[in-house]
Design a protein around this ligand. Structure first.
Ligand SMILES: Cc1cc2nc3c(=O)[nH]c(=O)nc-3n(C[C@H](O)[C@H](O)[C@H](O)COP(=O)(O)OP(=O)(O)OC[C@H]3O[C@@H](n4cnc5c(N)ncnc54)[C@H](O)[C@@H]3O)c2cc1C
Length: 482
């Protein structure tokens, strides 16, 4: 008989959370700490969503999305998780760029960007200061018609090298483009490029292990291998879910699944107003990624002068389409030295490249496997510029593609960062359409990435708390859309 992953689960909870990405986990933890009964359902066999890892023979552990996050993670982890988690966040020591326009190392602080822009790129100090002040001063309610490209043109007309310096890491990090609203860049830029880039000492497996322990302490009922098939909307409001064929009721449901998937598949379009469905369908997914994972033999030395993060490109100019192309010219390397996992003697490298799902989705199996092998070989060739003896030191290598990300997270098209900016409005409007139904997860650039997802989980948990308080006070709920 197949194992019952819901054994012992109750028939009803205050809140059901669908998905264990960082937004789902943080929302669940916040609500459990407030005293609500919370059931968290994850289809995968491990928690974390994109914040994940995998192990391979020989004791190698690969991190998928632990490349860097802003300093704000320390505060959020201390507030919403534990001191132990917050205290394990450490700065990356060095971030490098290497492309046909320039090659340099930076600490990713405002001071260092200012120095480089003035000394290396010869931009007047006043322009740099004005640019930083403008980027920093942007907020969500600003004019959203100005694009990132227009913002750069205003401050650095004709300076493709400066644009590359300021934009390439952000594009690598979350797929944003010169056509996106300038506000999205402003916020990410001031979060990310002002006080350095940080990582989690001990790896993603340790982080998620500590989070799991905290969730359990706070009484969250955690279930893996529990894929939600349907969200039930009856009598004008959310009523619960069907998971692994079993119905479980809830006063509120938070979906951490992709917003389009939540509305169009898990609830069903007939439950929403027509214009809301149109709005949902118009939301663009973010791009996906390919990665190549390289483990060096135990004890093999990896030169730390490579830095922790290296943005490398052979493309003469910075172009978004070139970053997505299967004809790869740009790779971001994360170098994991033994200090990443104190006590370990392992060095690993993960090479990441943005990718289009459709370039991989429909390949016949033999072509797919051959393309993966080609990705591995070309990456090994490319990285030998920085680690000349890489092939001799290699113990394990494999690749993932947009199909891999889709398989493990159920994100349509394997989207690495959820949706583009317009997904946020749809996500926020969900409870107006269906009382009791919320979404927390990657939408737009601000509400994605480790910090964005975690903070969005808290925002939504607070909304749910307010909703549940109203419920218990017996306040009437607005009628659901026809
Ligand atoms: C290759 C790569 C590199 C990245 N690098 C970085 C980085 O360096 N720094 C950074 O800050 N961010 C990075 N990110 C992004 C970051 O990892 C994500 O933005 C963030 O982790 C997303 O969290 P989330 O809460 O939106 O949910 P997700 O991580 O998307 O998780 C959603 C969860 O819901 C589950 N689920 C979906 N549908 C169902 C269902 N029906 N039933 C049950 N469960 C379901 C999925 O299995 C998944 O576990 C990277 C992402 C990728 C792919």
């Amino acid at each position: 008989m197949p194992k019952d992953f819901l054994k012992g689960a109750r028939d009803s909870y205050d809140v059901v959370v669908i998905g264990s990405g960082l937004a789902g986990l943080t929302a669940a933890n916040t609500l459990a700490k407030q005293g609500y009964s919370v059931l968290l359902l994850e289809h995968h066999y491990q928690l974390g969503g994109m914040a994940t890892w995998f192990k391979r023979a020989g004791g190698h552990i690969f991190d998928i999305s632990l490349h860097g996050f802003p300093v704000g993670m320390i505060k959020s982890c201390r507030r919403y998780w534990t001191k132990e988690i917050a205290d394990s966040i450490v700065p990356l020591r060095q971030i490098r760029y290497d492309n046909p326009m320039f090659s340099l190392a930076t600490t990713f602080t405002r001071e260092d960007f200012t120095r480089q822009l003035i000394e290396q790129f010869r931009v007047p100090a006043e322009t740099v200061q004005n640019f930083f002040d403008t980027a920093r001063g942007m907020n969500f309610y600003d004019d959203q018609t100005t694009t990132v490209g227009q913002l750069f043109e205003r401050f650095f007309p004709g300076r493709e090298d400066v644009i590359r310096f300021l934009m390439e890491p952000i594009t690598y990090a979350n797929g944003s483009t010169l056509e996106d609203p300038a506000i999205s860049y402003g916020i990410v830029f001031s979060n990310f490029m002002s006080k350095g880039v940080y990582t989690f000492e001990g790896g993603t497996d340790r982080l998620i292990g500590l989070m799991k322990a905290d969730l359990e302490r706070n009484g969250v009922d955690l279930r893996i291998r529990s894929g939600v098939e349907q969200i039930h909307v009856e009598r004008g409001r959310v009523q619960g879910v069907t998971v692994n064929g079993r119905r479980i009721n809830a006063t509120a449901v938070i979906s951490n699944a992709n917003i389009k998937q939540t509305i169009l598949k898990l609830v069903g379009r007939e439950k929403f107003k027509r214009d809301f469905i149109d709005q949902t369908e118009a939301v663009r997914l973010n791009n996906s990624s390919t990665q190549v994972y390289l483990a060096l033999r135990p004890g093999a030395h990896l030169d730390e002068s490579n830095g922790d993060l290296l943005f490398s490109s052979t493309a003469p100019l910075f172009r978004t389409q070139a970053l997505l192309s299967r004809d790869i010219t740009s790779r971001t390397y994360s170098f994991y030295y033994p200090r990443t996992r104190p006590g370990s003697d392992r060095s690993l490298i993960v090479s990441s490249t943005n990718a289009n799902y459709h370039d991989w989705a429909d390949l016949p199996e033999d072509e797919y496997q051959a393309s993966k092998q080609d990705l591995i070989e070309t990456t090994l060739d490319a990285i030998s510029k920085y680690v000349p003896d890489i092939r001799d030191k290699l113990d394990h290598v494999e690749a993932s593609t947009p199909r891999t990300f889709q398989h493990y997270t159920w994100h349509p098209s394997g989207a690495s960062f959820g949706t583009k900016f317009e997904g946020l409005a749809v996500s926020r409007a969900l409870p107006e359409q269906i009382p009791g139904l919320y979404h927390a997860g990657s939408v737009g650039i601000i509400m994605s990435g480790w910090l964005g997802a975690m903070n969005y989980g808290v925002i939504v948990a607070n909304d749910v708390d307010a909703f549940l308080l109203k419920q218990s006070a017996g306040a009437p709920q607005p009628a659901v859309a026809p």
